[in-house]
Design a protein around this ligand. Structure first.
Ligand code: GDP
Length: 520
């Protein structure tokens, strides 16, 4: 007769999660812990558990199984009993250290691969100045961070965790797209969802467009929060219509953009906003393995007069533990202490957790990727690998500057080539005129992607945006300030200025040709 998995687990005195791992090892399909299994399988499981008991009694055997664990996962079962033992052991050992390892999620796992648990979404808030980004973050922090935590002197660590009925949501605490793009410019992606805040009395403004461009370039899903709906002059409908002009169509107009009216002052709609964040996160199916190899990103770093170098790290994969060695760039340090975003001391931190870390030898820059190593020797090895990767990247960059092969110039054969542009002009009229002409230049094999079209001189943010997508910045009747030119030079981004529209268009033609007709 058939037996339910959880009943068997209870009868045999093992954890449900462990039972599922044994089943995975055997290649047995199940939907959840309430699925039934055949009698034959039950016998096999009993046999495995017996063997496991014997292995535990013999320490060398247990060690061997342990060492084999991670590699053995997911491979085809050979000698089912021994294999399952090898898998079950390390998992069981880790489960003790990691209460977050979501037993419930494993219970509903797909038959084939062992399920990677869901993780909390990381959200960034962007938008025009004075539209209420800081107020919205403050409101969420005040109402969603447990009172005793918020009551203390909450240090600004660059991120905080909000508790909602649908689970944790992590907010990046530095509003604005500069922080977002600084991180992205180093090749890291931290935010899963971008909230674009638009004031209901002001509608779309230049920085709103920039924020949208940055989120789009990062392919991060957007939710629009129309803020200040408490004001008498609020006009949320106008905001929605204006969004439509950017090809962002709100759901109620038949599109797929989620738009939520809120007030950071009264709190109206904030609950809905949090729900939509959770819903979007669910659709994105965000997952990370707390048992996997650690990787994280620096949110910000600073020097504290008393403590020394402090840095906030967002854990993206795996688990970070006090005592681990951290590798940032080509230097390393040992974690002496960790606190969570509310200032409480913690010993370990899993995915989507911002932690403040003490133990870096130098202040790391935001956006730098962090890896961990078990000891100093391993840390040095990571650094050696990084140095190799960096040299490879440098060589690749040199190749792009001095193209040698057709592929270097054209990119992979057979793909539609994309010319990425950032457009800056003196008036909305010229922006539209140029965009109109550019649209006609698109062909079957060339796509012109205007990442951002804005009024006024190019900014530092534009350069960072350009560097994430290898875009060219074209200016019409505006010039870049010296500081911006300098950053562009250092990043190898071209800023080209024109006073005559057709000269600008000629330049676009050259960019298109450069992409399709290599000159040897
Ligand atoms: P930020 O520059 O986008 O971070 O904007 P702030 O959060 O600093 O807000 C700018 C101004 O708008 C401040 O004076 C806030 O008090 C005000 N403000 C922000 N949100 C609201 C809101 O929902 N309603 C009203 N009436 N005022 C708001």
């Amino acid at each position: 007769s058939k037996v339910r998995i959880y009943t068997l687990a209870k009868d045999l005195g093992v954890e449900n999660a462990r039972m599922l791992e044994i089943l995975d090892g055997l290649g047995v399909a199940y939907k959840s812990v309430s699925s039934t299994i055949e009698e034959d399988t039950v016998e096999l499981i009993k046999q495995i558990l017996e063997e496991e008991g014997a292995a535990q009694a013999a320490p060398e055997a247990a060690q061997a199984a342990d060492a084999q664990g991670p590699q053995a996962q997911g491979s085809a079962p050979q000698g089912p009993a021994a294999q399952a033992v090898a898998q079950a052991q390390p998992a069981a050992a880790q489960a003790v250290a990691e209460p977050e390892a979501a037993t419930a999620e494993q219970a509903s796992s797909e038959p084939a691969a062992r399920e990677i648990p869901h993780r909390a979404p990381v959200v960034t808030i962007m938008g025009h100045v004075d539209h209420g980004k800081t107020s919205l973050l403050d409101y969420i922090r005040k109402t969603r961070v447990a009172a005793k935590e918020a009551g203390g002197i909450t240090q600004h660590v660059g991120a905080f965790e909000a508790k909602t009925s649908k689970g944790r949501i992590v907010f990046i605490d530095t509003p604005g797209h500069e922080a977002f793009t600084t991180i992205r410019a180093r090749g890291a992606n931290v935010a899963d969802i971008a909230i674009i805040v638009i004031a209901a009395d002001d509608s779309l403004m230049p920085q709103t467009r920039e924020a949208i461009a940055h989120a789009q370039a990062a392919k991060v899903p957007m939710i629009v929060a129309i803020n200040k709906v408490d004001l008498p002059q609020a006009d949320p409908e106008r905001v929605k219509t204006d969004l439509t002009q950017l090809n962002l169509v709100p759901e109620e107009y038949g599109g797929d953009l989620i738009v939520v009216p809120v007030s950071a002052k009264t709190g109206e709609g904030v609950e809905d906003l949090l729900e939509y964040i959770s819903l979007t996160a669910e659709l994105e199916d965000l997952r990370a393995d707390p048992k996997g190899e650690f990787s994280g990103v620096v949110i910000e770093g600073k020097v504290d007069k008393q403590a020394g170098v402090l840095a906030t790290v967002m854990v993206q994969e795996g688990t970070l533990r006090v005592g681990d060695f951290l590798v940032v760039g080509e230097s390393y340090g040992k974690i002496k202490a960790m606190t969570d975003s509310a200032g409480a001391r913690i010993k370990d931190a899993g995915p989507s957790t911002p932690v403040q870390v003490l133990g870096f030898s130098a202040v790391p820059a935001s956006g730098e990727k962090v890896q961990s190593a078990k000891n100093e020797h391993a840390a040095r090895e990571v650094i050696a690998t990084r140095a190799d990767v960096r040299r490879d990247e440098e060589n690749a960059r040199d190749r792009r500057r001095n193209p040698r092969t057709l592929e270097d110039i054209m990119g992979p054969v057979g793909e539609v080539r994309t010319v990425n542009l950032i457009l800056r002009a003196d008036t909305q009229g010229s922006v539209e005129a140029i965009q109109g002409i550019l649209a006609r230049k698109e062909g079957e094999d060339v796509k012109i992607n205007v990442m951002l079209a804005g009024i006024g001189a190019p900014t530092e943010g534009d350069v960072l945006l350009a560097s994430t997508a290898e875009a060219t910045i074209l200016c019409f009747s505006v010039t870049a300030p010296g500081s911006v030119t300098k950053i562009a030079d250092s990043k190898g981004i071209e800023i080209k200025a024109f006073r005559i529209i057709y000269e600008l268009i000629d330049e676009v033609d050259r960019l298109i040709k450069g992409n399709v007709e290599p000159v040897f």
